[in-house]
Design a protein around this ligand. Structure first.
Ligand code: ZN
Length: 682
């Protein structure tokens, strides 16, 4: 395909999404990688000594070209998935990982980087970028003998293909299941918004009735509200067995073998590089110092929160019995009776708050919070080419009117769109003598779409999700670091990267900020004080149970990788069971295959790293405690966070940045206090 006719090549401006076709993907990547290999050879053949300017800068620009194209492709693959695009995407994965592995094994390149590093005269960000690069050469196996290098390369390629297949199986099994309800009586208990959504789902497929799917906007309301216990069980069973041999529609998407293979390859890779196990390899790039420290941290939190989780579970069981539940409280009853108990104790439901969180109002308020804290202005830009009519585009400017970055916002759940919410990079900030570009982000959520003509209204949980992802967005967009590899979220240790996102969630619980983001959709009236008080009181409802659930995931992930033994295999179910015995208060049924859908650790970047959420939550709760001391929308504290954390990206050690903002090392107390968990000193 000709260079000029492929919109994925020479992405100087924003990607022309409407012109990108699946058949553009592979030729574009082929060409970029070919060009990349040639350019690296040229740069290394220079007859002068290597400098930042003649080596690192051009390589950063080269990387950036590939990243821009791949960012557009992987984004489309996630939000507008179809068979052809998926094939093109999957065909590129081994090529990209081969390219990365070849660079990582290029001894001349490694020595050239060392030369630049040793020559000195670098600023902080340049030094950190080179330190990371040299570290990554070691982690890519630069020190290995040739045949082990070849094996290492095979492993990385196979792992990237396995991750993609894992994700595809999950998506396909999710979409293979649905259930049409003809008699609305079967859906008794469901709020009107959920009913409308299910009817719309059916109508979109030209069916009469209410269509249940395994996507979150359908699954959650059923588990939370449906009075029909059998229906809840049916959906629960399908959901927790997706991509497994237990999945009711069939075992054709079973991830079991892939999961075993992924664990085996990760272990082999860690051993090749001289680590004891995969957790040690994972921690080589993280803030947490050792595997023992991580386990100690998780066990300590479990010890402190388990008693409260047990009390909450006992309360829930007693309540369910009072409500007439016969037999034991099963996994598919937990959300249902919890919601009833929440309403009983605090008289507040997600649905009661929904009319106050109109899409337009929430966005305007969110931007208002950003302005108060950081002096940033967000405005919408019309007429930008996107991948769906619902997608909107915004720019962000600072106090001085300087453009800092731009972002796409894709809020609603759709078919062919990956579930969950995330921020992804579209363009990275880069400034060199030859170029200057500002960051662009993708902000993607899966909220309940508007129903008919009625504007979209969010639940408070959805508002929290939006704030969370926007926190990642600010980290990416407001960076002042000029080299992509350490700008924004790049180069930030994974266990520190959730600090800005989790911090943002705190404002969704503060009156001052809430008044900016909410107002009744008909009257504009603020959330009444009594409702606000009930909502605050309900904030820590079952916080012990939520805490041990997160600890269950984190311990499962960490122990599974830590204890892997090639002679015994993954022992996935066995280790999960042991972890549950230690921390869990909800015991899922034997058919549950939770791990088969746990893409964070099998397909995402959280392998031996799920603990990062809790680790970073310690940081974010402690960071927010400074706002609590000085006023939740205090500009000076906001600017300190902006200058010391958000703008610095991955250019410095996260502990140094944190201490500069907070004035000391992080304390675990604010997290326990915010979660309403008494901090036992024992
Ligand atoms: Zn996050």
């Amino acid at each position: 395909m000709e260079n000029q006719s492929n919109p994925l090549l020479n992405l100087e401006a924003l990607p022309p999404f409407s012109a990108i076709r699946p058949e553009h993907v592979e030729p574009a990547i082929d060409r970029l990688l070919r060009n990349g290999r040639r350019r690296v050879d040229e740069l290394l053949a220079q007859r002068q000594s290597f400098t930042w300017r003649n080596l690192v800068e051009p390589l950063e620009m080269l990387d950036d070209q590939i990243n821009r194209t791949w960012a557009a492709v992987s984004h489309l693959n996630a939000v507008d998935n179809n068979e052809e695009l998926r094939a093109g995407y999957n065909a590129c994965l081994p090529k990209l990982s081969e390219y990365a592995a070849d660079l990582g094994h290029n001894a001349r390149l490694f020595r050239a980087y060392e030369e630049v590093y040793q020559a000195g005269g670098l600023d902080q960000a340049q030094r950190k970028l080179l330190e990371n690069a040299l570290r990554d050469f070691h982690l890519s196996g630069i020190d290995l003998p040739p045949e082990q290098k070849a094996r290492f390369k095979e492993i990385t390629q196979e792992l990237s293909t396995l991750a993609s297949e894992f994700e595809d199986n999950l998506l396909d099994s999710t979409h293979s299941w649905n259930k049409l309800i003809i008699d609305p009586a079967q859906l008794s208990g469901l709020p009107e918004t959920a009913m409308d959504l299910l009817r719309q789902e059916a109508a979109q497929r030209e069916q009469e009735g209410w269509l249940l799917t395994l996507e979150i906007p359908s699954y959650m309301p059923i588990l939370t509200y449906a009075d029909d216990r059998g229906l809840r069980e049916e959906l629960y069973r399908a959901y927790v067995t997706r991509a497994s041999e237990q999945f009711p529609p069939g075992a054709q998407w079973d991830n079991s073998d892939r999961m075993e293979r992924i664990l085996a390859l990760r272990h082999e890779m860690a051993r090749l590089l001289g680590f004891g196990d995969h957790t040690e390899l994972s921690l080589a790039t993280k803030m947490a110092p050792t595997s023992e420290k991580v386990l100690e941290f998780l066990h300590d939190l479990a010890r402190r929160s388990r008693p409260q989780a047990e009390r909450e579970m006992a309360e829930l069981k007693a309540f369910a019995r009072e409500q007439g539940l016969e037999g034991s409280l099963e996994a598919w009853d937990v959300a249902y009776f919890s919601e009833k108990l929440r309403q009983h104790k605090h008289a507040v439901s997600q649905e009661e708050l929904r009319p106050y969180f109109l899409e337009r109002r929430v966005l305007r308020g969110l931007f208002g919070v950003i302005e108060r804290l950081y002096g940033m202005q967000v405005t919408e830009v019309e007429g930008v080419d996107t991948w769906h009519p619902d997608v909107r585009f915004f720019e962000i400017r600072d106090d001085a009117g300087e453009l800092r970055g731009q972002f796409y916002l894709d809020l609603f759940a759709r078919r062919n769109k990956r579930g969950g919410a995330w921020m992804a990079e579209c363009v990275n900030r880069m400034r060199t003598e030859d170029c200057g570009q500002l960051p662009v982000a993708f902000l993607v959520c899966n909220f309940s779409p508007p129903i008919g003509e009625r504007p979209a209204q969010f639940t408070h949980t959805e508002v929290l999700t939006l704030f969370h992802e926007f926190g990642h967005g600010l980290h990416h967009l407001l960076t002042r670091i000029d080299y992509p590899a350490v700008a924004g979220i790049n180069g930030v240790a994974w266990d520190a990267v959730e600090l800005p996102s989790q911090l943002m969630e705190n404002w969704c619980w503060e009156r001052e900020a809430l008044d900016l983001i909410s107002g009744h959709w008909e009257t504009g009236e603020a959330i009444p004080d009594d409702l606000f008080q009930r909502m605050r009181a309900a904030k820590n409802f079952q916080s012990g149970m939520q805490m041990v659930r997160q600890l269950e995931f984190a311990l499962f992930d960490f122990r599974m990788h830590r204890e892997y033994d090639p002679a015994l295999g993954g022992r996935i179910c066995e280790i999960l069971e042991q972890v549950r015995q230690e921390v869990a208060v909800i015991r899922p049924p034997a058919f549950s295959r939770f791990a088969h859908g746990f893409s964070h650790i099998f397909a995402g970047g959280y392998a031996s790293g799920y603990y990062s959420y809790k680790w970073a939550e310690v940081l974010s709760a402690d960071a927010f405690s400074l706002f609590e001391e000085r006023g939740s929308l205090d500009r000076e504290t906001g600017l300190s966070f902006l200058h010391n954390i958000l703008e610095r990206g991955g250019s410095e050690d996260p502990m140094d940045l944190f201490v500069r903002f907070r004035g000391r090392e992080p304390s675990i107390e604010p997290l326990l206090r915010h979660s309403g968990i008494a901090s036992a000193t024992a």
